[in-house]
Design a protein around this ligand. Structure first.
Ligand code: R1P
Ligand code: URA
Length: 293
């Protein structure tokens, strides 16, 4: 059967042969990728590289590709939020799995290893500020994944239903979904320096994470409901804005993803790290050392 070609309006390639938002050519991407939210964090990772072979920046998407102790790695900033994860994951996948000349999906697909190094807020008192938390499961309160087909095998429906029942989830909000981390990366990145947790991914930092500055919330008890939720004795540990969407998109497209969180805030005690930059740097060094181990 003849393969369909993907139209220029759907797969946008610049005159320089680069994918539209990331501004990268296929040859510029490594198969091990570190994602960070903050474009300023890209250098904080690549400063540990032996060499940097290419750099790119378009909007909030900044990339450095190089080697760390001989291993080729790309570090890319995603900016903030699940909507950007849709862009980044589709474009990363296109860079390895679509032939840009023919505009057709390749016969042999490549699976990427994608590792987020991000910041996050601990939900309950025991999730200490400055700790390293690996998300073993993400609960997505965003709606990106709901636009895609074939999510049945990706979502843990029983987990999500139990979450919906416990929180008496407002049906006007997007339907929560639950997705597990890639098991092989979870094992590889784990040590006595890390804790495992269940991460809430939401679409905002303030209201959607239960923060009140001046605007009042519809459900003032949301974070308490999150903290009292249990699924097979497991608790929700932290809140951020990319993990569940990354896990969903990675599974949908046949890649492996893991989310490493530097806990910079504790919502129960109302504290924020006094050493956030130091903690993020330590998590970067830890993650790099585990990638090559
Ligand atoms: C909010 O301050 C941002 O910080 C967290 C959240 O997920 C959100 O992107 O991650 P990063 O530090 O990687 O950006
Ligand atoms: N990032 C978030 O999204 N939430 C926090 O509380 C801290 C970092």
């Amino acid at each position: 059967m003849k393969q369909q070609t993907i139209q220029p309006s759907e797969l946008i390639i610049t005159p320089e042969g680069k994918i539209y938002h990331l501004d990268l050519a296929p040859s510029q991407l490594a198969t091990t990728i570190i994602t960070v939210g903050d474009p300023g964090r890209v250098e904080k990772v690549s400063k540990y590289f032996d060499t940097i072979e290419c750099t790119a920046q378009h909007r909030e998407f900044k990339t450095h590709t190089g080697t760390y102790k001989g291993k080729r790695i790309s570090v890319i900033s995603t900016g903030i939020g699940p909507d950007n994860i849709d862009i980044v994951f589709n474009e990363l996948d296109a860079l390895v799995n679509i032939d840009f000349e023919k505009r057709q999906v390749k016969k042999e697909l490549t699976s990427l290893n994608i590792i987020r190094i991000g910041t996050s807020g601990g939900l309950t008192p025991e999730i200490e500020v400055d700790s390293f938390l690996i998300s073993e499961l993400g609960i997505g309160l965003d709606n990106v994944m709901h636009y895609y087909d074939k999510t049945d095998k990706i979502f843990n429906r029983d987990f999500a239903q139990s979450f919906i029942d416990h929180t008496q989830w407002n049906p006007d909000n997007s339907v929560p979904y639950a997705v597990e981390a890639d098991k092989s990366l979870l094992k590889k990145l784990t040590s006595e320096k890390t804790i495992h947790g269940i991460t809430i991914t939401n679409v905002g930092f303030y209201g959607p994470q239960g923060r009140v500055l001046r605007a009042k919330l519809k459900d003032e008890n949301l974070n308490e409901k999150l903290a009292s939720f249990r699924y097979k004795k497991k608790k929700i540990t932290n809140l951020e804005m990319e993990t569940a969407t990354m896990y969903g998109m990675a599974k949908l497209l046949g890649h492996r993803a893991i989310s490493m969180n530097a806990i910079v805030a504790n919502r129960a005690s109302g504290t924020f790290s006094e050493n956030a930059s130091k903690t993020i740097d330590a998590l970067i060094q830890y993650t790099l050392s585990k990638i090559i181990a």
